[in-house]
Design a protein around this ligand. Structure first.
Ligand SMILES: Nc1ncnc2c1ncn2[C@@H]1O[C@H](COP(=O)(O)OP(=O)(O)OP(=O)(O)O)[C@@H](O)[C@H]1O
Ligand SMILES: [Mg+2]
Length: 420
């Protein structure tokens, strides 16, 4: 996936040429160095994904080169070439961070097999880095359960199963907290790509200046602060699914680039010149009204049509009240288990209260209310008085408009006054 540029270091010209030719046949970019000093110079100017170095060379040895590589770019994979009888050198190299060794004499097949291993290793490293970043919001490797009892949600779920097996782009629209991410997961884990990566970009959470690099990655030195090559989410999602969460937050210039990726499945890293091909299934979400976004030019219409091959609309919870109790019971059971609390049931008045409430925050609000009940642990039966629902009258359509900055400032002044 990601090994593109290789440095070959060997004092013997025949060996250099042999390795170079083998790698070039695999469409890799190869740079050669006839000694360790030359290699170290090259390492200062360029980044390599893989370095293959001979161990015994006049001047700097393979071990010296290995040390320099690990200093300059720890992610670069190093393979050392060693002769039969000096295997202890290879062992030392492995201890210092070499990925593997080639025992002389070797054939092109051996190099190719090694290349394959190195690629797998790199993919794992990359996925680990990504997973480490994501653990806080991580979703595990299987689809979360989707509760769908209302006729509307049953239809949605039937659609999910129908479209999962295709590669069509899906656009999920619905108010905040209606379960757009849950549905995106369900599509991925029911698709043929279920064992491939599911990668998410939260477009609303990434600062505008970083979002392009987040999408497409960058080459080393592409901008101030780009100390190393970095893969973007499109590359991480290759052969899998990419969830573009809240697409109305994507800046206009980037929407143009995104349009090109959706058309050609091809892009360049920032600072890069080589087009990178990917095979990615796109799922996008938004909680805003699409027509409004297009009219306000927040979203490019042409891009919207590319992303919206299959639309899915998730109605607000107040329009599918048949899901309220099944969801409540599901959350109650799950949260009791997670919090090591005894099993609880809902009383009839609690059910009625839940059923009648307008749920402006949709399923997320429901889950939060039940989490509070479980944590407070009032006993085996949950009755209406245990449910602290936000009884403020909700604005039309249940959407709460965010307070203006001025309102917030006044509030905080008041707060400070009261504290004094
Ligand atoms: N049908 C459902 N079955 C089970 N859990 C659900 C369902 N719908 C939503 N949830 C749960 O409700 C919460 C909110 O769902 P989710 O994050 O998917 O909403 P969203 O539409 O993506 O919200 P936002 O627009 O704010 O990102 C999550 O904890 C999710 O697990
Ligand atoms: Mg979401």
């Amino acid at each position: 996936m990601t090994i593109e540029k290789v440095l070959v270091v060997d004092d013997e010209i025949l060996m250099r040429n042999f390795i170079e030719a083998t790698l070039a046949r695999k469409n890799l970019e190869v740079v050669t160095a006839e000694n360790g000093t030359k290699a170290v110079e090259l390492l200062k100017e360029q980044t390599f994904d893989l370095v293959i170095t001979d161990m015994k060379m006049p001047g700097l040895t393979g071990i010296d080169v290995l040390r320099k590589v690990k200093e300059a770019s720890p992610d670069t994979i190093v393979v050392v070439i060693t002769a039969f009888g000096s295997i202890e050198n290879a062992v030392e190299a492995m201890k210092l961070g070499a990925f593997n060794y080639l025992l002389k004499p070797f054939t092109p097949d051996t190099i190719e097999a090694l290349l394959e291993k190195a690629r797998e290793h790199q993919a794992l490293v990359v996925e680990n880095q990504y997973l480490r970043q994501e653990v806080s919001g991580g979703s595990g490797k299987t689809a979360a359960k989707v509760i769908a009892e209302s006729p509307i949600m049953k239809n949605v779920l039937a659609d999910v199963h129908r479209i999962a097996k295709s590669n069509a782009s899906v656009f999920i629209n619905g108010e905040s907290g209606t379960g757009k991410e849950v549905i995106a997961h369900a599509i991925h884990y029911n698709s043929l790509r279920a064992n491939r990566p599911f990668i998410k970009v939260n477009c609303a959470a990434i600062p505008e200046t970083l979002i392009e690099s987040e999408f497409f990655g960058h080459e080393k030195g592409a901008f101030t602060g780009a100390l190393n090559k970095r893969l973007g989410r499109f590359e991480l999602a290759d052969t899998g699914t990419l969830l573009l969460d809240e697409i109305s937050e994507i800046p206009a210039a980037l929407q143009a680039k995104l349009l090109r990726v959706t058309q050609e499945q091809e892009f360049e890293r920032i600072g890069g010149t080589k087009p990178i091909k990917v095979d990615v299934r796109l799922i996008s979400t938004s909680n805003r009204d699409v027509k409004e976004m297009i009219a306000e030019k927040v979203l490019r219409e042409d891009l919207y049509y590319r992303l919206n091959v299959v639309p899915i609309y998730l109605p607000p919870l107040r329009e599918r009240r048949g899901d309220v109790i099944p969801l409540s019971e599901y959350f109650l059971e799950k949260l009791c288990l997670e919090n090591h609390k005894e099993k609880k049931t809902l009383s009839a008045d609690a059910k009625k209260k839940l059923q009648d409430y307008p749920w402006p925050g949709n399923v997320r609000e429901l889950a939060n209310i039940l989490e509070r009940v479980v944590v407070m642990d009032y006993g085996k039966t949950v009755s209406a008085e245990h449910l602290y629902l936000d009884e403020h009258p909700t604005p039309a359509k249940g959407k709460k408009s965010a307070p203006s900055l001025r309102e917030l400032r006044n509030k905080s002044k008041e707060y400070v006054k009261n504290e004094k």
